[in-house]
Design a binder for this molecule. Structure first.
Ligand code: NAP
Length: 245
């Protein structure tokens, strides 16, 4: 992939991994359409750099995705990269949670359905532009789950398999998967040990992205995959109670 001169839609660009990706891509001389729900956080992103174009949008809402589609078609038809990064994680016991139905819906809509809808909305635009790519952000928890977040793990596993299959289908558009380990962001505040910084993750990702390594295993995900190949039982016992405290 060429690393400069792109126009990149990044969902969840107001925090954690998405914000670090947005800042790095701008530093590399790209334009970024930054998506998030919080308009104040979005505005603060482009105060110092007008190469960040904020767009307030809840990707879990159909009408917001519609507005985004029109915005891209009318004003940013040169968009050539989509990074599906936005995600939420609820930690709870499936049999004991009082707001189970709404939590199931929110997590599946945000983490799985929205990325697929965004891909479908942006495909016509990506198809006609050079250096086109889709990047889906998944997790080591989509390979080997933990106990506390069954729906989250399910959405990441779904996105992992979807991404592989989509890669087989698309010719002109490169399909990447960023498989993240535990990263120090608001999502993991107050839990987990041995977290890496979002900046470290982005550095590793950019190096793989440049070399067209489509499945990008960041940090400890490489070790997790190796252990899972040798002994799935060991991998499961390591991951089962991970990041609970
Ligand atoms: N942190 C980790 O250890 C880790 C590990 C593996 C994978 N991941 C994945 O990495 C991605 C980023 O996670 P993070 O740790 O950086 O999380 P984070 O700091 O909590 O940031 C999440 C971002 O997503 C946005 N977002 C959430 N729901 C949205 C919605 N419905 N519409 C639009 N934007 C929405 C949030 O912005 P607003 O709230 O302003 O909308 C925020 O910018 C997620 O997909 C996560 O599953 C993270």
């Amino acid at each position: 992939m060429r690393l400069q001169g792109n126009k990149i839609v990044i969902t969840g660009a107001t925090s954690g991994i998405g914000e670090a990706l947005a800042k790095k891509f701008v530093e590399l001389d790209n334009q970024v359409i930054a998506i998030g729900r919080n308009s104040e956080k979005l505005k603060s992103l482009n105060v110092h750099d007008n190469r960040i174009i904020p767009f307030c949008c809840d990707i879990a809402k159909f009408e917001d995705l519609d507005r985004l589609a029109i915005f891209i078609e009318n004003e940013h038809s040169d968009t050539n990269i989509l990074i599906n990064n936005a995600g939420i994680q609820f930690n709870y016991h499936f049999a004991e949670e009082h707001h189970l139905l709404s939590k199931i819906e929110q997590e599946i809509n945000t983490n799985f359905i929205a990325p697929l809808k965004l891909i479908s909305i942006l495909l016509p635009t990506l198809k006609v532009n050079d250096n086109a790519a889709i990047v889906n952000v998944t997790s080591g928890l989509g390979l080997v789950p933990k106990k506390q977040a069954p729906v989250y793990c399910g959405t990441k596993a779904g996105l992992h398999i979807f991404t592989k299959s989509l890669r087989y289908q698309l010719q002109h558009i490169k399909v990447f998967e960023l498989i993240s380990p535990l990263v120090d962001t608001p999502m993991t505040a107050g839990r987990g040990k041995g977290k890496i910084s979002p900046e470290k993750l982005v550095k590793e990702f950019i190096s793989a992205f440049k070399k067209d390594k489509f499945e990008v295993n960041i940090g400890k995900v490489k070790l997790l995959k190796l252990i899972n190949r040798i002994s799935p039982t060991l991998a499961e016992s390591i991951m089962k109670n991970i990041a609970e405290k």
